[in-house]
Design a binder for this molecule. Sequence first.
Ligand SMILES: NC(=O)c1ccc[n+]([C@@H]2O[C@H](COP(=O)([O-])OP(=O)(O)OC[C@H]3O[C@@H](n4cnc5c(N)ncnc54)[C@H](OP(=O)(O)O)[C@@H]3O)[C@@H](O)[C@H]2O)c1
Length: 469
Amino acid sequence: MVTIPNSCTALSCPTVPLSNGRNIPILGLGTSHVGGYSHEAVLCALQECGIRHIDTSKRNGCEEALGKAVVDSGVPREELWLTSKLWPLDYGYQSAKQACRDSCARLGVDYLDLYLMHWPDCMIPGASNHEVRAETWRALEELYDEGLCRAIGVSNFLIRHLNELKDRGGIVPHVNQVEFHPFQQPLELVEYCRKENIVFEGYCPLAKGQALTHPTIMALAQKYGRSASQICIRWSIQNGVVTIPKSTKPERVHENCQECGIRHIDTAKRYGCEEALGKAVVDSGVPREELWLTTKLWPGDYGYQSAKQACRDSCARLGVDYLDLYLMHWPDCMIPGASNHEVRAETWRALEELYDEGLCRAIGVSNFLIRHLNELKDRGGIVPHVNQVEFHPFQQPLELVEYCRKENIVFEGYCPLAKGQALTHPTIMALAQKYGHSASQICIRWSIQNGVVTIPKSTKPERVHENCQ
Ligand SMILES: NC(=O)c1ccc[n+]([C@@H]2O[C@H](COP(=O)([O-])OP(=O)(O)OC[C@H]3O[C@@H](n4cnc5c(N)ncnc54)[C@H](OP(=O)(O)O)[C@@H]3O)[C@@H](O)[C@H]2O)c1
């Protein structure tokens, strides 16, 4: 029996950004017609596991029941990500629009978060697949423009189908949902989607249950003290794939939701705890490859040689042979008499080389303003992967956030609780009461809903639990 932690909830489930700025939770619940619909399982996912992403389709025949489960769960519509799909028999301009409205009506919602063309083939005898796809896609584009679908995409499309849509101009699908599990790895398609900025969503992550008795999966489950389904789900998520396992059994829904617990730790040389953190990682038993470790270069170590040495020292203290992310902590070099501009440039060169050597799997900056980022941009070379900046309801550098989005720099927010000060603010407290959450959960959720990577700190285990919910 797998234990049920409180750690995978709506607030801790990572999201994947779509090309239109919306964020899809990386873990969702499938509702395929195979094996039937379970009201109990959907309620469990929504109420107990904090799942906020549900995948369905007209074909699954459960949209109405699902709409009822959403109402029964008490989860507000705006917290949910609902995907539905257009069945090929409804392809065509008018019928696609009608089918979307019908899906919304059955689900009891006035918009879908994502609407997908279910298959490339139109299944209409005598019709040209190519033409029917084009006019159907035009209908979806209009549904998107009207706001009835907040994102649109396709399912089971191959590269040639995607190229066909691309050639036609117009909206590039935001998502392609395709079968993806250890025994079905369409890597060329995955790569194509990444390149074209189409989020790759994988269905059948458990290979319809068949992966669960495979000797390799079972051996990995034993090795890592996980269930076979958790190994499959984690594998899919670690591939950056949006993952939608289905189960009709609440205890299995719980089991399947445990694979999005906290695996990201942010530290810095300056915090003086790298060594202790390295020990905690070893003690936790969590494999290194499951973790995302960020640390930062203190300005006292800026400069080409000293930055490289500082990175190696951080790795040694953490007991790791690579960092997931290494950040320049501040723009100012704090070296009297030195030119900030030049020191930043040579320090960044060192980070670029650390990245090329593989010692840092991503490199970025912290507390950089637009002008500092422009300076790095002008110099050519690697654009920072991340900018970590203070971000909470009372500190919203929106221009910088927008700049980062435009330049493809992930915006990471620190002090999401305003060092605790947000927690007693009347507005936050009122929102906490209204939504039945704690003040810290409101702040964290707000930051995450802004698409910001969020790193609250607490020294108290019960608060860590609370913050992860
Ligand atoms: N776009 C498309 O064309 C397409 C095609 C297929 C699927 N999908 C979507 O993707 C979702 C997932 O795919 P899927 O449902 O076909 O397959 P899946 O998620 O790979 O596997 C579901 C099967 O695994 C079992 N299962 C789930 N969790 C388990 C656990 N922890 N331990 C043991 N068995 C477990 C379920 O049985 P129990 O219910 O008895 O637990 C069910 O039989 C679908 O529900 C649907 O939303 C989309």
